[in-house]
Structures are given as structure tokens and as C-alpha cells.
Design a protein around this ligand. Structure first.
Ligand code: SAH
Length: 248
């Protein structure tokens, strides 16, 4: 007799601080038979999995070793088909640059039931941690969320930085450290002032969070000098200085 498949819950773990998972996400984490977690998930969160729950790392360091996406998908589907409930815990929000949709497409194609619990994305949490409002009545009425890692872009197509610059307002870049020098050049070439403030927020909400400030003209050099690394969110726009009393 085949068991009824378990449900796969795609859960956002939040940006880092274990206090920033949602209440619903925490409950699912506590009751799941299997927890499959990413590298950017706080170890403390995993301690709240129920006794006997299987914990599987799906961690992929950039360019490093770890299970392939196909292997992760296969494991998730296998557990669910054996009747186990699976908490697929992903950093931030599972549907923001996290390949959550790709995993769920495989689960869905396998006929396994699934749902999603939104998470606090680093795209919003990192600016907040740095006391930067994403939008502001005086300074920004739009916020554009973009990847600095072109491989993550739609169809592998390059990001249209001129369009991003032209949208005005705030620009929030994920995975943007390696490409920061070219990104700044492109934004300036597309008309953003070289004096525009930029913040680089590394490991937002983790104990070793670090914020580096600069402008489009100098942040790439400064970031390199201080050794800024991913995970980091780059925020560009006048809002960066909005609460510092000297918004540009
Ligand atoms: N789904 C995640 C993003 C996954 S892509 C989310 O919603 O947050 C991974 C990128 O997210 C990192 O390269 C970095 O740009 C960003 N990121 C994730 N956690 C972060 C944190 N605590 N501080 C700064 N950036 C973070």
C-alpha cells in the first residue's frame, strides 16, 4: 500500500536572526518530519525541529561543493512520497532569488502537495537593519530589486542597468558584491549622480552584521578595501541618508 504523500512546506527562514522567522514558519519547522535547510539558515532554528526529525543540509556555498539542485529536489520528493511532511527552509523569502520556484516546480510535477510560507526577505530586512527606509515620501517612491549575479537573471539575459537606473528611487541589489564596480559604473553612465549614497550591508541581522557607506563614485573601492563579502545587500539611493539628516 502506498502512503499518502506528505506535504512540502516551502518556508522562509528570514534574513538571519532566528527571531525573524514567521510564527507560522516556526510551527511548521517544529512539526515537520524532515527539515531541508540552506546555508544561510541560522543553526539555532534547526534546534527547534522536533526530536527525531531528519535534518538535511542543501547548502551550496557559491562555487563550492554540495548536493546539486536535482539531488535536493529528488530527496524532497522521496521523503514526501514516503508520507513524511517536509519543511523546506530557505533564507529570507523562498521566492526571492532563492530558486524556490524551481524546487517547487519539481515537487508539483511529482504530484506532491505543497504550500509556501513567506519570509522576511533580506532585500527588505537588510536596509531596515541599517535604518534605511526603502521608500520615503520625500526621497523615493519606487524600489527596484535586482540581482548583481547575471546568471540569476531571467533567461540568463543581462540585467538592463540603464532601465534600473532610469526607474529612479531606490535600487536594492542582491548577490552584488563581485559585480559592484561595474554596477556602479553602469548606474553612473545611465545618469545616476556619482555622489548618490550607497550602503553595503553584510550579514544583516546576524551578530556580525556590518554596514559600509559610500557613494556610487567610491563604494566599490571602499567595499574592496574593507573586504566586503556576500551575503550582502547593496542599497543605492537618497534614502540611504534619509535618517542621517543629510539626504542627498
Ligand atoms: N531568498 C533570499 C535571497 C537568496 S539569494 C532572501 O529573500 O533574502 C542570496 C543573497 O541574498 C545573498 O547573496 C545576499 O545578497 C542576500 N542575503 C541573504 N541574507 C542576507 C543577509 N542576512 N544580509 C545581507 N544579505 C543577505
Amino acid at each position: 500500500m502506498t502512503a499518502q504523500p506528505g506535504t512540502v512546506h516551502l518556508v522562509g527562514a528570514g534574513p538571519g536572526d532566528p527571531g525573524l522567522i514567521t510564527v507560522r514558519g516556526q510551527r511548521i519547522l517544529e512539526s515537520a518530519d524532515v527539515v531541508v535547510y540552506d546555508r544561510l539558515v541560522a543553526p539555532e532554528l534547526l534546534e527547534s525541529a522536533k526530536p527525531g526529525a531528519k535534518r538535511l543540509s542543501a547548502g551550496k556555498a557559491p562555487g563550492g561543493r554540495g548536493p546539486s539542485q536535482a539531488q535536493i529536489n529528488a530527496q524532497i520528493i522521496e521523503h514526501a512520497r514516503a508520507g513524511r511532511s517536509v519543511c523546506r527552509l530557505k533564507g529570507g523569502d523562498p521566492f526571492v532569488f532563492g530558486r524556490g520556484a524551481e524546487e517547487i516546480a519539481a515537487v508539483q510535477a511529482a504530484g506532491v502537495p505543497w504550500d509556501v510560507v513567506p519570509g522576511v526577505t533580506s532585500a527588505v530586512a537588510a536596509p531596515a537593519a541599517a535604518r534605511i527606509p526603502l521608500t520615503h515620501r520625500d526621497w523615493a517612491s519606487t524600489a527596484t530589486l535586482v540581482t548583481g549575479h547575471e546568471g540569476e537573471a531571467k533567461d540568463g539575459a543581462p540585467v538592463d542597468w540603464a532601465a534600473v537606473a532610469g526607474a529612479g528611487g531606490t535600487i536594492v541589489i542582491l548577490m552584488g558584491i563581485a559585480t559592484l564596480p561595474t554596477t556602479c559604473e553602469r548606474l553612473i553612465a545611465a545618469g545616476r549622480p556619482s555622489s548618490e549614497p550607497v550602503a553595503v550591508i553584510e550579514r544583516a541581522t546576524w551578530p556580525d552584521e556590518r554596514i559600509t557607506m559610500g557613494t556610487l563614485a567610491d563604494i566599490a573601492d571602499t567595499a574592496e578595501r574593507v573586504g566586503a563579502r556576500n551575503p550582502a545587500v547593496v542599497v543605492v539611493g537618497p534614502v540611504v541618508r534619509a535618517l542621517r539628516g543629510d539626504a542627498a
